[in-house]
Design a protein around this ligand. Structure first.
Ligand SMILES: *Cc1c(COP(=O)(O)O)cnc(C)c1O
Length: 231
């Protein structure tokens, strides 16, 4: 009988193999890549199994779901990444458990998150989410406004990690990730420590790695199809 652990182990091996091949093709060292397992809609038991299989980074996109899941797994040595769109009134909660927030896309969010991290005395790394299409609903700051947002994050007490993006729905991810790489370089020119590039999901991780991703966010290819679409 195949257990859930067997299933996750096989999926993880397949994803790691894809990452390794993509790194080889790009002439990059796989040791420099971080796999963020996006566990939204899946139970804390899956997080526990993934941790047992060597996964160190967990991604979630809704505070209501992430917070209890984090609390149920607080004994595990994991880094928690918040990757979903964020409202300012959720910043206090998110800053209590997230180590990295990937979706910082406006000044009000920088202020609210900085205040929350400061109040809680937590070191929170923030990524500038960059919009790579013209759909305002999906989050992200316009590429030409990204540097100003990075400067605001870096003013503290948040740590500026780098950039994040989601490729346009149904479009070619190559030009989108190339654009993201340009924005990442512009930010690094001012803030050399901001080396994180969060890009690539189950369907496009190869393209993202080809354009310099350091963090891939993988849900479906690891955990299987989600029961309900939650973004
Ligand atoms: C759900 C989600 C992912 C993972 O997507 P898959 O296609 O299932 O790998 C990555 N990034 C964000 C922001 C997400 O919401």
């Amino acid at each position: 009988m195949t257990t859930r652990r067997d299933e996750l182990a096989a999926n993880l091996a397949a994803v790691r193999a894809r990452i390794e091949r993509a790194c080889q093709a790009a002439g990059r060292d796989p040791a420099g890549m971080t796999l963020v397992a996006v566990t939204k809609t899946f139970p804390p038991e899956d997080v526990r199994l993934l941790a047992g299989l060597g996964v160190t980074d967990i991604g979630e996109n809704r505070d209501q779901e992430a917070r209890p899941k984090h609390d149920a797994c607080a004994d595990l040595p994991l880094r928690w990444h918040f990757v979903g769109q964020l409202q300012t009134n959720k910043c206090r909660s998110v800053a209590s458990y997230a180590d990295v927030v990937h979706s910082v896309d406006r000044m009000a969010l920088v202020d609210a998150l900085a205040h929350a991290a400061d109040t809680r005395g937590r070191a929170v790394t923030a990524l500038v989410q960059v919009s790579l299409d013209d759909e305002p609903g999906r989050g992200g700051v316009a590429p030409d406004a990204a540097v100003a947002l990075a400067d605001a994050i870096e003013a503290g007490p948040l740590r500026l990690g780098g950039v994040m993006a989601v490729a346009p729905l149904g479009g070619d991810p190559e030009p989108a990730f190339a654009r993201l790489a340009e924005v990442a370089a512009a930010i690094r020119a001012r803030h050399p420590q901001a080396t994180m590039v969060s890009a690539g999901m189950s369907s496009d991780l190869e393209a993202a790695i080809g354009h310099g991703a350091t963090h891939v966010r993988i849900g479906t290819a690891l955990l299987g199809h989600r029961a309900s679409p939650v973004g």
